[in-house]
Write a protein that binds this ligand. Structure first.
Ligand code: FES
Ligand SMILES: [Fe+2]
Length: 381
């Protein structure tokens, strides 16, 4: 291991015991080192549970979508028994991607030479292969990975020995119970590739301290970041609370204010006028407000390219075109403002004079995230 990488990991490990008042941001190498990026893929994205989607993205038999996780092409598909599978999307014949994008199919058919697979990944048919003595049709299948659903989210783990996810998130499940996320459905989705290291997007989502400066006319009036505060450090997630200026939301966005009012009854009064952002390590966030939840999946495609997916979730009975359109406009206005915090930073971090600066108490969740990285990577040095 390169000395710089070792020093970086030692810094992350040290963060576990460093007090918050002495916290610094991640060193430049965390966003620039290819060796460190490969360790992240190996120790985070190939061993931890990664949120890849929602169950309602694949509601019917044969529905599928594809995703790249840690350089692995995957497909998520629902079979005839309504079970979900996370399968390798690489044909067992000659490596073609079996399916592309999203869709519905009775069988998964490779576009190269037409081998086909059942919805559970078992080989169904192989063209022009009768003479082959080595094709073992009964045992030929697309490799399958661990999959769990939690509050309607689909999580995948590429590590076949991984411990189950649900026990780890039991406490969080109780905290989120009043929001009924398991019964929510996607109202609008955003799916783009952002230039910049994946951690820049995670960090941007984990603090509201930038609202006054990056979102002066959009988020800041409704959600003043200076009044945000972070919860306690937890092993699997961090919590950021940002107040909602409900009088203003009622005036400027009655569609959200009415939704919030309709779904506040089960929510603790002290949480009704706040957005609770749960930063779920390593790569998703859940912004929970009464009646509406914004959720993000952040998946690295390379050291400086990231697939950023967001969904606005509401109760099924609240789904309508007006709300979908409103959410989409919200994404279209806000996301370019946040995008600066990835593509601009990815360039300036390369400066020979760049070094990690001190973190504000409003950025505690960024430091908790560093501690997570330290815990995950501590066995590499
Ligand atoms: S590569 Fe898939 S059928 Fe040939
Ligand atoms: Fe932002």
């Amino acid at each position: 291991m390169h000395t710089d990488t070792r020093l970086l990991i030692e810094t992350l490990i040290a963060s576990i015991t460093t007090p918050l008042e002495e916290a610094r941001g991640l060193p430049p190498q965390a966003y620039l080192s290819e060796e460190f990026y490969q360790l992240e893929l190996e120790y985070l994205f190939r061993r931890d549970w990664i949120c890849v989607g929602r169950e309602e993205e694949v509601p019917q038999t044969g529905d599928y979508f594809t995703i790249e996780l840690a350089e692995e092409p995957l497909l998520i598909v629902r079979d005839r028994e309504q079970n979900l599978h996370a399968l390798s999307n690489v044909c067992r014949h000659r490596y073609m991607q079996v399916v592309d994008g999203r869709g519905n199919a009775a069988r998964l058919t490779c576009p190269y030479h037409g081998w086909s697979y059942q919805l559970d990944g078992a080989l169904a048919g192989a063209t022009n292969m009768t003479e082959s003595r080595i094709l073992d049709k009964a045992n030929c299948r697309l490799p399958e990975f661990k999959l769990e659903t939690w509050l309607g989210f689909i999580f995948v783990n590429l590590d076949t020995n991984a411990a189950p996810l649900a026990p780890r998130l039991q406490k969080l499940k109780q905290l989120l119970a009043p929001y009924h996320i398991d019964k929510m459905r996607i109202s609008s989705m955003y799916d783009e590739i952002w230039e910049g290291n994946w951690k820049l997007t995670m960090e941007n989502n984990a603090e509201a301290h930038h609202h006054r400066t990056l979102h002066p006319d959009t988020l800041q009036p409704w959600m003043p970041g200076d009044d945000s505060h972070c919860g306690e450090d937890e092993i699997d997630w961090g919590l950021l609370r940002t107040p909602l200026m409900m009088d203003l939301v009622r005036d400027e966005a009655p569609i959200y204010a009415n939704l919030m009012q309709r779904w506040s009854a089960d929510i603790d009064p002290q949480d009704r006028e706040e957005t609770l952002t749960y930063v779920l390590y390593p790569s998703s966030t859940i912004d929970a407000s009464p009646g509406i939840v914004f959720w993000k999946r952040i998946l690295p495609l390379s050291i400086k390219r990231t697939r950023v997916m967001m969904g606005a979730l509401v109760a099924e009975e609240e789904l309508n075109d007006e709300l979908s359109h409103y959410n989409k406009e919200f994404f279209d206005v806000l996301n370019p403002e946040d995008y600066q915090a990835t593509w601009r930073l990815q360039k300036t971090i390369q400066s020979r004079f760049a070094e990690a600066g001190p973190l504000s108490v409003k950025e505690a969740c960024l430091f908790y995230f560093q501690r997570y990285l330290g815990r995950r990577l501590k066995d590499t040095v």
